[in-house]
Design a protein around this ligand. Structure first.
Ligand SMILES: Cc1cc2nc3c(=O)[nH]c(=O)nc-3n(C[C@H](O)[C@H](O)[C@H](O)COP(=O)(O)O)c2cc1C
Length: 225
């Protein structure tokens, strides 16, 4: 029995030292052709009104752009009904859904409001703007007003999926009251969704947490003399 334990210990030491000695320098990077190696992205719902009809589409190509004014950028295909609604009203909402909503989030990301009535899919609420329906029960919702837009590519036969980058200013923010602990959102209770293109999958956040802006980490970099 003692021999077995000693053998296991030696084996453990060999394996762990082999793992520990593989550094970033040992890893070979491979160049690939595909344009579809997206980074993992957060999934949001874009809410609009068109011809008095509430409509939602799923979006992942979204990012925060500025602190003051509070700006987001969202890239939306020109063929989508959402695009037409935003061009007409100059406003939309952004809601961050929880993982419980994944089947509905997936569904409104596959069909257009031109062919399907997506108005009753989510429980909707409004802030000040009647053209920016938001999703009740989402983690956080934003009423947004377009302040700028950039046509990224002309829509033509060669570019059927051409996008417009809408830059919008946040006009009001609405937070799920069940998810606030000590004044901050508790992402363990309110599971946001991440998305990857390759593989085509929805993910949750992992439980691991590293504090951000941790001054100890600066010690990893030599200061200039
Ligand atoms: C996970 C996911 C992410 C998506 N991200 C975007 C996006 O960032 N921009 C976009 O234009 N379409 C995106 N789509 C596609 C639209 O949601 C989809 O084409 C939708 O049917 C458009 O609806 P509408 O015509 O009612 O506006 C995404 C779809 C899914 C499922």
């Amino acid at each position: 029995m003692k021999m077995v334990i000693q053998f296991m210990l030696v084996l453990f030491c060999i394996i762990s030292s082999a793992i520990a000695t593989e550094t970033a320098e040992d890893i070979q990077m491979e160049q690939v052709e595909s344009i579809f190696y997206d980074p993992p992205l957060p999934v949001v719902l874009i809410g609009t009104i068109i011809d008095d009809q509430v409509n939602f589409m799923t979006a992942a190509w979204i990012t925060r752009l500025e602190v003051d004014p509070y700006l987001f950028g969202v890239s939306i295909q020109k063929r989508h009904m959402t695009h037409e609604a935003i061009m007409r009203n100059n406003c939309f909402s952004i809601s961050i859904p929880t993982t419980e909503l994944i089947p509905l989030v997936d569904a409104v990301g596959m069909v257009s409001g031109r062919d399907y009535d997506k108005s009753g899919v989510f429980n909707v609420f409004y802030g000040e703007n009647e053209n920016s329906p938001m999703v009740n029960g989402s983690i956080v919702s934003f009423e947004c007003e377009v302040v700028n837009s950039v046509s990224l590519v002309e829509l033509d036969e060669d570019h059927p999926s051409a996008h417009t980058l809408f830059i919008c200013e946040v006009k009001s923010v609405w937070v799920n009251e069940n998810g606030i602990i000590d004044g901050a959102l508790d992402y363990e209770t309110l599971n946001p969704i991440l998305w990857t293109f390759s593989p085509l999958t929805y993910w949750t956040l992992s439980e691991n947490q590293w504090p951000c802006f941790n001054a100890d980490n600066i010690e990893l970099i030599p200061e200039k003399q």
